[in-house]
Design a protein around this ligand. Sequence first.
Ligand code: CDP
Length: 805
Amino acid sequence: MNDLTPDREERSAGLKGLGCSRKRVEDARFTQGKGNYVDDVKLPGMLHGDFVRSPYAHARVVSVNKDAALALDGVVAVLTAEDLAPLNLHWMPTLAGDKQMVLADGKVLFQGQEVAFVVARDRYVAADAVELVEVEYEELPVITDPFESLKSDVVLREDLAGQTEGPHGPRKHHNHIFTWEQGDETATNQVLDGAEVVATESMYYHRTHPCPLETCGSVASMDKVNGKLTLWGTFQAPHVVRTVASLLSGIEEHNIRVISPDIGGGFGNKVGVYPGYVCSIVASIVTGQPVKWVEDRMENLMSTAFARDYWMTGKIAATKEGKITGLHCHVTADHGGFDACADPTKFPAGFMNICTGSYDIPVAYLGVDGVYTNKAPGGVSYRCSFRVTEAVYFIERMIEVLAIELNMDAAELRRINFIKKEQFPYQSALGWEYDSGDYHTAWDKALKTVDYEGLRKEQADRVEAFKRGETRKLMGVGLSFFTEIVGAGPVKNCDILGMGMFDSCEIRIHPTGSAVARLGTISQGQGHATTFAQILASEIGLSADSITIEEGDTDTAPYGLGTYGSRSTPVAGAAAAMAGRKIRAKAQMIAAYLLEVHDDDVEFDVDRFAVKGAPERFKTMKDIAYAAYNQAIPGLEPGLEAVSYYDPPNMTYPFGAYVCVMDIDVDTGVPEIRRFYALDDCGTRINPMIIEGQVHGGLTEALAVALGQEISYDKMGNVKTGTLMDFFLPTAWEVPNYETDYTVTPSPHHPIGAKGVGESPHVGGVPCFSNAVQDAFRAFGLRHTNMPHDHWRIWQTANDLGLHE
Ligand code: CDP
């Protein structure tokens, strides 16, 4: 007979499982300077690589003279495309099915493009030698505007000249990449033609950059004796890197070990494969020494993957009462010199076809044209799931514009058009099946909390006071309601370079009842070591404190597609739960044997199996773990391990309701955020404290993008924002207080009902900040103005509206 204290509630709390704001276990090392980042990897005899980069955005490379660089003491090698060509490594495939030069092969297509790779004794010698490499360029006409590019006689990609078919279908022009269409254009146009009201707007979602605190880098170490390559790097998808490295180099995959150590933020910037990774591998093979490459901040901003750069035109049809009847969207997407967008293969514009948003729109069409220009390649989903930020910005601006057209309140217009709770699972006009949602409840809660009516009254009073000359400050109420689509994704339609986007978890329970779990994902600050252990604790009944989480080492972790697009919880989190359930199934058989009853006569109860109807007869999971290794159980193998490869049946669709209250000084253009309220629904909440942290981070990056962050170019293709003096990275100074809130609408297909959350606040935050700025000027006739709303642009908007007269 067992003692039944502590009680169920106390035992449950002791597990620190689902719903517990458990402190982040990884922070002990981060806060004490004990993290282990790529640049902390130091190997005996390690050499250092640095790039010679093009100062021109478009030029022919006439010659490269390495002599002076090679003569410098400490320089070991200088690699150019000619050196890589015999290995067939001077070009590499991109994630979007295009190919990209590793080192300039005859010409350069963007400023900062890699031309030669210098390998030297230390980083300083390598940097000095970069200056000594003499490159002769012949300048070519530069195109930075995608519309101009589609009209120009200048052929940017000479390697593709004459090719009328690309990986995503026909090419209309030598600088055109693809056309991607979704929905029914004829039906949409019919609705638009016959509509009572049509609002049309064009908007530019500017080019920006994820800007993680740690830049990209790698260390390659080729052991020629054993034929083994070890590669440390800032990789958001280490297994994919291993497969690609094997395919490119011909080294068998089991002889390559890829390690993503601690990563200082990714936000999409570390999904793609960069020339630095390839060059460090080649240099290690050539020199027989380990080679490190770590880019500096300017290189990161100028040449690694950009985000956004979408020119979007929308037409939205509605009845006079505000019921939306159709939506048409066209995008001209500037992809730079190479199409290296990190999207699932079948989605060349990512999940842009979620642009019908949270609204029940019966018919819609999306067309996207990808275009080459003389800008850096990349096209990553900066803290969003494959172009969802663009999609949500588009629809949330179109709603505001329609509200202006209808002379209606924008909150009410949203409410009229939300997909209703009873319509889920909801089939969107552009092809998605939304799993679950309760938008009206979330919206009502948000508007009530901020006293929306009171805010509108205050705003109207402020407009009158401004007109009377009693104040120079206007007030904006920014609204946004977003639906994300995260958890890429079902193998049936999501792959990257042919690799299906499942994910995995492997658990080993040790005899004393502690455990290690390894997953195919890799945290870049999201706190996976804390939260995956919580999912497992609830599933297998061992305390989260007794479960170690490991990720990022391809020699030990099961194959997975990595961490980006908030896919970790929807996919790897589901794999963890499923692996936990396999452990539990075996534990049930062991418990039944130990308790001398039939398997069906025991039931799981928090941290134990007990005999049904006799709770005092039980075996704890610790007892069971010990027995699994130390007791001969008829018909069962010893040990307690499980692995799950999880192919999700659908994406998950988190959503949220955001409100921003902003005061704007008309004379200086300075916005002051008075209040920011963010309600997120990510289904079952694993760790509320971590969710809150994710929301704060995502909102801050949203503030950055909406209010100033931009990668901009001059006509010559020079990057004007290549340093943190010019590129806005917000600090505590600019960041307001955020109020967070939630509702819980579980995902019906995820084993624990969880949806992703990491990117939601960014996706919902950008339109909310932008709408606040634009709403402040609505009473004075503003319909739309492009981001980023920095002080100068806001001042200009006020000026254009005649508010300075
Ligand atoms: O893929 P990524 O880790 O970037 O995004 P995520 O799956 O949205 O998870 C971000 C963090 O929030 C992880 O530590 C998750 O465990 C946590 N999270 C949570 O506590 N509850 C949820 N419903 C979703 C995420």
